[in-house]
Design a protein around this ligand. Sequence first.
Ligand SMILES: O=C(O)CCC(=O)C(=O)O
Ligand SMILES: [Fe+2]
Ligand SMILES: [Zn+2]
Ligand SMILES: [Zn+2]
Length: 658
Amino acid sequence: MSAAMAAAPLYCVCRQPYDFNRFMIECDICKDWFHGSCVQVVEHHAADIDVYHCPNCEPIHGPSMMKKRNNWHRHDYTEPNDGTRPVQAGTAVFVQELQTRSFASGDEILVPMHGSQVTQCYLEREGFHYPIVVHDLDGLGLKLPPPLFSVSDVEHYVGKIIDVIDVARQADSKLKLGEFVKYYYQPERSKVLNLISLEFSDTKMSNLVEVPEIARKMSWVENYWPDDSFFPKPFVQKYCLMGMKNSYTDFHIDFGGTSVWYHVLWGEKIFYLIKPTKANLALYESWSSSPNQSEIFFGDKVDKCYKCVVKQGTTIFLPTGWIHAVLTSQDSMAFGGNFLHNLNIGMQLRCYEMERRLKTPDLFKFPYFEAICWYVANNLLETLKELREDNCQPQGYLVDGVKALISSLKTWLRREVRECFEVPDNIRPSRLIKALTKEIRYLEDESNKAGKSQGSAEWPLARSSLEKGYQAQRAARHRKLPSNLDVLELHTLEVLKRLEVGPLEEDPAFSSKVNGKFKKVSAVAVEGSHDNALRLGMLSMAGLLCQQASAGGDILQQHWWSSQGNSNSNSSSDTWDSSEPCSAPRSPEGEDGSLGEEYSYRESSLSPPLHPSKRHAPNPTPISNQATKGKRPKKGQATTKQRLGKIMKMSRHKGLFL
Ligand SMILES: O=C(O)CCC(=O)C(=O)O
Ligand SMILES: [Fe+2]
Ligand SMILES: [Zn+2]
Ligand SMILES: [Zn+2]
């Protein structure tokens, strides 16, 4: 044993050295640090503890003290209620008020269809601009678990760490699925938790669910992602959503302007839908970047917001760019998936560019969105060429889509020299853009000629752009397979991109951890003001930081929010205050046991993005004494920055950064 190891401090009742993968809490008496799993404190529970007493100190000093509730309408329930602060989205008061608001009826915009009618042919002809609702699933190609499939069945099939949203705080926290399930079945829940980021393509549950055929057939990933792509294949096709009654997800556009399908297996969800008109998108963008976003109901900002009740057994398809919020009106289980496609390429790109302007962290974006656009461009070039050779005219949406694609690719190419590459290495970007431009110009010349000779009907009908299915294979050829080192670098690059930090000092302890699987994640206490860019999904980013780099707490606070002095240390008591400022439901804090075993955590660069709706989980977590709670020990640990400095240098050395 080396001297350094011998000196490593030991923590907790288990007397183990520090493990950055595990959530810990500090005792306010003895100042030792304890694993949540060793002392039965789950991460989201830690947010409610004001003064923590460990099992050693408890017999002498009494039980831990919980924070005192002062309101039912703010993400921070300890804020004094002087009647001046507005209601924030997701709180009990908000959810109650939402149910009494009036909306335009979803029937005005929903297109009811029979499962067998939802075909690619239909959508190519009619377009996909309005939400589709399907009651009769026959012919949809959607396979589901039986209607009685339960929350604990999900646990049986999926054994991993999940992200849940504490709805009242609109804050994200990591949880073992088992902990969520246990919590779900508690007779009295003290929190409303919403699980919407559980992508299960890589689990045993995957076999129980088949994505609707239309989503498979049109999906860019399915059609164009080469098997041997250097970039890991994005998995966003199969989500399981388990929401407790009164869960609320605020207005958002799904990542990358993906279209999405949802099927409510049991329970009920209410969608609030807003059409992505130019005006609405502009309003959405400014609302998204406003500092008091959670205090403004976006549905009030637009001329029409439609309310659509999606009952159990129903499937809904939302097209590109539709702005939506979701209230889970009863405990629900739903399945859903996201996909990019050829029908609304321009709108997809507009949504992506908006995410960029809003500085949405990569974690909340479609993975490798630009890479897939290059693949798609490469394939559509072949499609256009073949159509030209066969004397067929491509459909209008495709021509429009390619034009939009050319314009975005040009923009991206211009900034490539400054930013990370997402151009696949077998693609010659400039040549591709030129060739596509040439095809478009040719089509325009032809249609001009045809216009002049009044014979636009001379072109034969175009084939479906995806019919032939040759594109992906073509693109897949001549690709180098990534070596382990490449994958490591890619992962590193991803982490750095997500963390957006610069190179710092070295820490030799880090490199061995970069390559490993991640286990349990430390919790992070969040407080204080932060700018809008950081508000987007900040908490999940924080989770990622802790997971990627050890000893995260301090640096997290420096990097993601400015920590400020605490003024609410006077708000503690050992029980909830009984004076409720409103009639919202409440229940006593439950004793939350946590499970002892460790779960292995997937490497995050290969993980699906956290669900887009969490882009709106930005408010600082109201943890009054964040200086001590839910972090990790300080002593003897390299800082996040140091650790990141190491990988940054590695990447540079390998020339991944320009
Ligand atoms: O069900 C929810 O709470 C959110 C659904 C949704 O829109 C999403 O996951 O993107
Ligand atoms: Fe959504
Ligand atoms: Zn322990
Ligand atoms: Zn103690």
